[in-house]
Design a protein around this ligand. Structure first.
Ligand code: NAI
Length: 702
């Protein structure tokens, strides 16, 4: 039995469970609530303990076990993280959807970790919480995977600010299990003995619920809705009836660390606890546990992106080589280090990297910094930049190449290794940095504008390659006061151009919530809009058989240049489809009296006669057609030894299968719907060998 490593990124759920106020109260009683915190136990003005979120795990975990193929005999709940987005209402339906995000290998005989993430929404439409669970799989180590990154939680060297005593009753698991975890280990004395315990043990998540109550009582009394995040590691089993205490140290504004100790033995039963709390805008966009790389983050825009990402929970790699504005001179570690210190001072997580984005090794090292420190990469902002402005004749190859090397090659060098990680995990956000100068032109910047618009081309293709892996690639065109613009713009204007105005747009493009890919946004001073490459409808000169004269272009120039009713294309094929369509007669012009074929069956009947044996040139191939709608049906067409046979029905192993509605099929066969357009518009779908399907137009002349 081995872990199913292919299950990473595959969807688990949606799993729904209905609950009423009685379930919320039963949970509260299970984790020790009573008259002392009646708001959790009385249906009048009932508040739900945030850790009630863990009850959704009882649906999610069994699915996780099946998906991961973990050896059930060796599993323990390792770590639990809850990020609260909205308070849990007293009743309704919770729907959870998630996936396995990582497998870590501690080594042969030492076990493995299975990490899963899920998000739960309420039937009122609100996002309630994100849960991240780590299962310690004691018997699954040694599969050759990477080890988990170290997570260090520093406890202050002083007595705790709060110590909350609790006395779970000797019967506590009997109440707690009614909230969903009915595993025998917590109820059946015989089973517990078989598993090596004196008697049934407490549920780790029950002790967790005691701790959650203690944290709220100490830090946000009476306001459980202010809980933002709770993290912990389960370290030791606890017998029911043992007294426990939750020790809490405040570490910063809205932050605390905590652990739970068995009061009698002094053993730590839950460790590495972190708790965040405070007034938060609900439905806040967060980056908790996301790992971001920001290049050129030692100053200007990059620094602000990094600070804002960290404030919202991201772990950030601060890349900056600390050179001069034109990229010349020695490098310095201090800009990157300073930003790392700023982030750490506010309780965030960041590491510095001083590599040069302009070299492939630099790019690899930057991504390696993220992997070494935080285990993955979710977000990349290609931001590093320099300027070497000169009017064109004075633009030396050195100045040209230096600017392209940082902006264009830099983005390539870092994106490539980052994209590899993102593709494997099925998630990623990449932001390119262009410039209004690149989009619209600016005197004296041929090098910079070329590099900046090239990044749009880079995005255009990377968005297509990333699409099926949930990697979204967008581009920001910022305007902000920084050393790049300090001598270009007047001082009072610079005042209004705080980089902070750009950051919200860039952060949104980095977020899970970002719905778009392949877009360009201008952002600055509080003004935001989208820029795009728009293509006019154009015109056909002639019928496509005679080559027009230069003078024909002159006389059609207005139509050719017009952008009225212009379109934006997502990819090359869409534009090709429109070019083909421009040659097609309007659909209404086709009729069965002008020599075209009127029924689907007639097309297949005519197919052997329309077959062009010369074009077949030794090709043996079988096409399956599934035509839906009135007059449709299934036919397959075999081309073998220069002959064509058509048979009604289906065959087992066609080279490709073409599916279309009857009307579209007739339009295509009669020449009013170009095949390419049918394909790009989704009217024709092709499964199997798409290249073979391209033979069809050559093989048949109707
Ligand atoms: P900035 O000069 O304040 O920051 C750029 C940072 O990139 C610097 O800290 C620098 O040390 C670093 N860097 C330069 N070359 C590097 C390399 N090879 N490897 C690693 N780090 C390197 O500039 P600002 O204004 O914050 O610019 C950020 C990005 O925004 C740049 O790509 C720039 O072209 C772009 N941009 C800025 C505009 C603005 O109005 N500030 C306008 C349009 C685009």
């Amino acid at each position: 039995m081995a872990l199913n490593l292919d299950s990473i990124g595959k969807k688990i759920g949606p799993l729904s469970s209905d609950y009423t106020w009685k379930d919320a109260v039963l949970y509260a009683l299970g984790v020790g609530a009573g008259f002392s915190d009646l708001e959790y136990c009385y249906e009048k003005d009932l508040k739900v303990i945030p850790s009630f979120a863990t009850t959704t795990l009882y649906n999610f975990m069994p699915e996780l076990m099946v998906a991961s193929n973990v050896n059930l005999a060796g599993i323990l709940h390792g770590e639990e993280e809850l990020i609260f987005h909205n308070p849990i209402p007293p009743e309704g339906t919770m729907t959870t959807e998630g996936k396995i995000t990582d497998y870590f290998d501690k080594g042969e005989g030492k076990g493995a970790l299975v990490v899963a993430e899920s998000e739960t929404r309420h039937s009122n439409g609100k996002r309630l919480f994100t849960a991240r669970a780590t299962v310690f799989a004691r018997l699954d180590g040694g599969f050759g995977g990477k080890n988990a990154p170290k997570r260090e939680i520093v406890f202050p060297d002083r007595t705790p600010d709060f110590s909350v005593d609790a006395s779970p009753s000797a019967d506590q698991p009997l109440i707690y299990r009614l909230s969903g975890d009915v595993f025998q280990l917590h109820v059946d004395p015989e089973f517990a003995k078989m598993a090596g315990f004196e008697k049934p043990i407490m549920h780790g998540l029950c002790t967790h619920g005691f701790a959650c109550r203690a944290l709220i009582q100490s830090l946000i009394p009476g306001e459980p809705e202010k809980a933002r995040r709770m993290f912990n590691r389960f370290t030791k089993p606890l017998y029911p009836g043992m007294p426990l205490k939750t020790l809490i140290w405040k570490t910063g504004e809205g932050k605390a660390v905590w652990r739970v100790v068995n009061t009698e033995t002094g053993e730590i039963v839950i460790n590495n606890g972190e708790f965040e709390y405070g007034d938060i805008p609900r439905d806040e966009i967060r980056f908790d546990e996301k790992v971001a790389i920001v290049t050129g983050a030692g100053a200007g825009l990059g620094r602000v992106y990094a600070l804002e990402l960290a404030k919202r929970g991201a772990k950030v790699v601060i890349n900056d080589l600390g050179g001069a504005r034109d990229g010349s001179g020695g490098s310095s570690k201090s800009p990157a280090d300073k930003v790392v210190d700023e982030i750490k001072d506010m309780g965030g997580r960041a590491v510095a990297n001083y590599d040069n984005v302009a070299s492939p090794e630099g790019g690899e090292n930057i991504v390696k910094s993220a992997l070494d420190a935080f285990g993955t990469v979710d977000i990349l902002i290609n931001n590093a930049g320099i300027l070497r402005d000169k009017s064109f004749i004075k633009m030396t190859p050195e100045n040209w190449n230096a600017v392209l090397a940082v902006h264009l090659n830099g983005a390539y060098n870092v994106s490539r290794p980052a994209f590899k990680v993102m593709r494997e995990k099925g998630y990623g956000r990449i932001v390119m940095t262009t410039s209004a100068a690149g989009l619209y032109g600016n005197f004296g910047q041929t090098n910079y504008t070329s590099a900046k618009l090239a990044l749009v081309g880079f995005m255009n293709t990377l968005k297509l390659e990333g699409k099926k892996y949930n990697i979204k690639v967008n581009t920001i065109a910022p305007v902000a006061a920084s050393r790049l613009t300090e001598d270009v713009l007047p001082p009072d204007f610079l005042e209004k151009l705080k980089p902070e105005f750009v950051a919200p747009m860039t952060l949104f493009l980095c977020s899970e919530e970002c719905p778009v890919t392949g877009n360009i946004y201008n952002a600055g001073m509080g003004f935001y809009n989208r820029a795009a490459i728009v293509t006019g409808p154009g015109t056909v000169i002639g019928d496509g058989s005679k080559i027009p004269e230069v003078e024909d272009i002159e006389s059609h120039m207005n139509k050719i240049s017009s952008l009225k009713k212009g379109r934006e294309y997502f990819q090359l094929n869409d534009q090709l489809g429109d070019v083909m369509a421009a040659f097609a007669a309007p659909a209404g012009e086709a009729s069965d009296t002008d020599g075209t074929t009127a029924s689907v069956a007639a097309v297949f009947e005519a197919m052997p006669d329309a077959f062009n044996a010369d074009a077949a040139g030794g090709v043996d191939v079988v096409f399956q057609y599934n035509i839906s709608g009135e007059g449709g049906g299934d036919w397959y067409c075999e081309i073998k030894n220069g002959a064509c046979t058509v048979t009604a029905g289906s065959t087992d192993s066609p080279a490709c299968t073409l599916k279309m509605a009857a009307g579209d099929f007739l339009a295509m066969m009669n020449g009013t719907l170009p095949a390419m357009q049918a394909y790009t518009s989704g009217k024709l779908t092709i499964a199997g060998d798409i290249m073979k399907s391209q033979l069809i137009e050559k093989l048949f002349k109707f």
